[in-house]
Design a protein around this ligand. Structure first.
Ligand code: EPU
Length: 419
């Protein structure tokens, strides 16, 4: 397995661009199932999760072409198969995103039931309950979700809990349903509004995405589109933290700061100077030790769970004590044990971490357990004394495009060690 070797202690400076957002791209690739025309997606990030999603569509019969501009043309007309096999679903839970489109367009779907994962049990009951309210019959058999619906009907659905991919699945399913669907208690993440923009450009009738209530008027057919994937707010946030923990000064281009306001607020509270315009953010960290910042994760527009592990590192080298409450996933503190092996002083009880800042941390051999946990270990390596080796970095390649290249461009010293 490949590893990253990080020589710590370099202050980051310079300018980089954000890649396309993984969590916007994945539902958009699934949405191509909804029409028979070609769909062109631009600015797709080069990531393992994107490859897995293409593998899934390819296994069902989609044709995927990459041109010289690195744009992908996807043609999902007349799929020969409507199944997401366990071998793919087990490597990427977001495979569940094909359920809504398959059911809406083909009236049936067979999707391996995703199991738990490193960050929590992550059930999909909210997706299934909502699809049932639209008239789908759903059976769980041999580890698979078997869903059928000769016609999905519009419905008034209040989600039992806020779910990002659940909201996306239902929004996609409702585009071709008969009549109007009203979704409430929905997720408001920017990626929801991005998906609605793409679906509307295909002829869907969706309003309210990004607010508490989404209204979808079903249409008979969707058409092809050309769509640009927006920038990845979590990637941008991660690089801002990289600057904050290395007393750095960097600019990230191509990112809308409105998508990161809670993160920007917390970075300012940690002592960083931040400037932004409509599509770029600059950070300058002058403090020797960041101020401790308390964090409580919650659905957008609150502080994102996907930035929690990265802020653990800011707090680990801060001048005081901070509290982090993880309210979205029940097991998202796996990085803490590894951070403590690097000299951090963090204790965890349930969903609450108490982080006592220390004057310095040191390099160690550490193991990545999930995507954002891996990011936090790399950030810790950047500000640690000596060398850090991060093992199992396939987790990082699922969600960060060329992370060591981008960080090295900013002055870091990271080498990818072959298997
Ligand atoms: N939940 C249920 N039942 C459901 C669905 C969700 O109980 O049917 C619970 C989950 O177990 C969790 C909470 O609701 O405790 C929120 O989960 P959600 O469904 O919103 O998460 P998701 O859609 O599976 C997406 C992102 C995650 C991100 C979360 C929260 C994608 C592909 N994934 O996951 O991204 O952490 O929303 O913002 O969009 C990542 O990029 O590293 C990542 C994990």
């Amino acid at each position: 397995m490949e590893k990253l070797l990080i020589k710590g202690g370099k202050s980051l400076s310079g300018k980089i661009s954000c890649s396309g957002a993984k969590n916007a791209a994945l539902p958009m690739i699934a949405a191509t199932i909804l029409c028979d025309d070609k769909v062109v997606l631009k600015n797709l990030p080069y990531l393992q999760d994107i490859t897995t999603m293409f593998e899934l569509l390819g296994s069902m019969g989609s044709e995927i072409l990459l041109d010289e501009n690195m744009d992908f043309t996807i043609s999902s007309a007349n799929l020969k198969d409507i199944e997401a096999r366990y071998e793919l679903v087990k490597t990427m839970r977001a495979s569940i995103l094909v359920l809504g489109p398959l059911l809406s367009k083909y009236g049936k779907a067979r999707i391996a039931l995703p199991g738990g994962c490193a960050i929590g049990s992550r059930p999909v009951n909210f997706h299934l309950d909502a699809l049932k309210q639209m008239g789908a019959s759903i059976t769980l058999r041999n580890g698979y979700i078997e869903a059928n619906a000769s016609q999905l009907n519009g419905a008034n659905i209040k989600f039992e809990g806020v779910t990002v991919t659940g909201t996306e699945n239902l929004m996609m399913a409702a585009t071709l349903a008969k009549g109007q669907t009203i979704l409430t208690n929905v997720a408001k993440e920017p990626e929801i509004a991005d998906l609605a923009d793409m679906l509307n450009s295909m002829g869907a009738k969706i309003s309210g995405a990004g607010t508490d209530k989404i209204v979808i008027d079903g249409v008979d057919k969707l058409k092809g589109t050309i769509f640009d994937i927006p920038a990845d707010r979590i990637e941008a946030g991660t690089y801002l933290v990289a600057a904050a923990v290395t007393k750095g000064s960097i600019t990230i281009d191509g990112i809308n700061p409105n998508r990161l306001m809670k993160v920007i607020d917390k970075l300012r509270a940690a002592g960083a100077e931040i400037d932004y315009n409509e599509d770029s953010i600059s950070i300058n960290m002058k403090l020797e030790f960041p101020n401790p910042v308390d964090i409580t994760t919650a659905p957008f527009p609150e502080f994102p769970t996907d930035m929690q592990a990265q802020f653990s590192v800011i707090n680990a080298i801060s001048s005081g004590t901070a509290n982090i409450y993880e309210t979205v996933f029940e097991n998202r503190f796996m990085h803490i044990l590894e951070l403590n092996r690097m000299g951090c002083d963090i204790s965890v009880k349930g969903n609450h971490a108490v982080i006592q800042g220390v004057k310095s941390i040191y390099g160690a051999q550490v193991m990545a357990t999930d995507l954002r946990a891996s990011a936090s270990l790399i950030l810790a390596g950047l500000c640690a004394e000596g060398e850090t080796v991060v093992d199992r970095i396939y987790h990082i390649d699922r969600g960060y495009e060329r992370i060591e290249e981008k960080l090295n461009y900013l002055g870091a010293n990271i080498i990818r060690l072959p298997s």
